[in-house]
Design a protein. Structure first.
Length: 113
């Protein structure tokens, strides 16, 4: 088992619970618009994303995703440059293959800063 992380907005998570699937790639961008769902490999990446994209929100939800569980439902995780224009930039996990079933979204505590 490998674990990756995804930052979610509470309203997007509420939609996912109601619909049974999660389809947000990142803030205000859906899977359909982006082509994959953004994730982080570790606490440092989570914090980097939080500061860059979500710094104005204090109600964020951190989700833990098991890559084996994702694979069981046909989703794949690829480690790709965080900056597509810089192939040497930090590698981030990107989830491909469709929406994530709500039951695979595990809420966890924020990592120690």
């Amino acid at each position: 088992m490998s674990t990756i992380f995804h930052i979610a907005l509470p309203e997007d998570l509420a939609d996912a619970e109601r619909e049974g699937t999660y389809d947000m790639s990142t803030r205000d961008v859906t899977l359909g618009e982006q082509g994959y769902i953004h994730a982080s490999a570790n606490a440092a990446q989570v914090e980097m994303v939080r500061l860059a994209i979500y710094d104005d929100r204090d109600d964020l939800v951190l989700l833990e995703l098991d890559t084996d569980e994702l694979a069981e439902v046909g989703l794949t995780v690829a480690m790709e440059p965080g900056d597509p224009e810089d192939p040497d930039s930090d590698l981030f996990p990107h989830i491909y293959g469709g929406v994530i079933p709500f039951r695979l979204l595990h809420r966890i505590e924020w990592p120690t800063r």
